[in-house]
Design a binder for this molecule. Structure first.
Ligand code: ADP
Ligand code: MG
Length: 273
């Protein structure tokens, strides 16, 4: 399964959120989208999944334009994990089992089959959340909800998984656990992943490629060794950071100074209040 993003541009009314974004993703690869708040990561994921329609550009899966596929066909290829859950799932008392079963929608014809039930049970176990199966989704913690939503996307058995900050609500153990599981699915099962990540160290550790966005355009793209550099972090985030190579061979950063000398003057404003 090969994904081609061809020259995507997207505007929210007068705001140009994405500008001429192009890249490709091969089977089994993990790509992280990084960049400051508002740089276009979520918008790009939504354009790839077809939730938003770019005014220019197209997405191709194995040469076929996704915009011409129906929603069922697309849902068997792509799963999307939003940053926060909204709508009915958040409001109504659905059980965790029901929420994950909703991921089977593209496969369910007239009725739910044993295969659908078996798939949901297996994925709950894979994610380590089978104990939550009968709990109400809207009563779970943010981290528990995040795992359930990932499970719902996996229940679609997608070839490509899009995740918007999948580890943002998780503690350190669960961050690593989820990224290991995702890494395993990519390397052993050939899943391809695009994930928006704030944590540059986790992105560097688990990704084959990183795309660094700035103001809706690609500022840098390539393997972590090329993208995670002191210069890029200064140019894109305005943060001074040391970059070193960790024992597992990937660059890791230590941020040093978040404010330049002019910005430090803002602290004095509070002192005078
Ligand atoms: P990121 O996920 O990298 O933080 P987003 O893709 O959410 O960035 O946002 C990119 C830009 O688009 C920002 O300038 C943001 O303010 C703007 N934006 C996002 N969603 C909307 C919206 N629904 N309406 C108007 N502007 C939006
Ligand atoms: Mg976002």
């Amino acid at each position: 399964m090969r994904l081609v993003i061809n020259d995507i541009s997207f505007n929210y009314k007068s705001i140009a959120a994405l500008k001429n974004v192009c890249f490709e993703l091969e089977k089994g690869e993990i790509l992280s989208l990084v960049g400051p708040n508002g740089s276009g990561k979520s918008t790009l994921l939504k354009c790839i999944d077809g939730i938003l329609k770019p005014y220019v550009g197209a997405v191709f899966v194995d040469g076929k334009k996704t915009f011409s596929m129906d929603s069922k066909e697309l849902a068997k290829i792509m799963g999307y994990v939003p940053q926060n859950v909204s709508g009915a799932t958040k409001v109504f008392p659905f059980t965790v089992f029901d929420v994950v079963l909703a991921g089977r929608k593209p496969y369910i014809g007239w009725s739910i089959t044993e295969k659908d039930i078996d798939t949901v049970v297996s994925i709950l176990k894979f994610m380590g959340i089978e104990d939550l199966a009968t709990r109400y989704f809207n009563e779970l913690s943010g981290g528990e909800q995040q795992k359930v939503i990932i499970a719902r996307a996996l229940a679609q058995l997608p070839k490509i998984l899009l995740m918007d900050e999948p580890t943002s609500n998780l503690d350190i153990k669960h961050q690593l656990e989820i990224l290991y599981l995702i890494h395993y699915l990519c390397k052993r099962m050939g899943l391809s992943v695009i994930m928006a990540m704030h944590d540059l160290n986790l992105a560097s550790r688990f990704s084959d490629k990183i795309i660094m966005l700035k103001n809706g355009g690609i500022f840098a793209a390539g393997p972590p060794e090329e993208v995670i550099s002191m210069e890029n972090i200064m140019d894109v985030y305005g943060v001074k950071a040391y970059v070193s190579k960790a024992s597992f061979g990937k660059p890791q950063i230590t941020p040093i100074e978040p404010l330049n000398s002019w910005e430090v003057q803002r602290i004095w404003i509070y002192e005078k209040v």
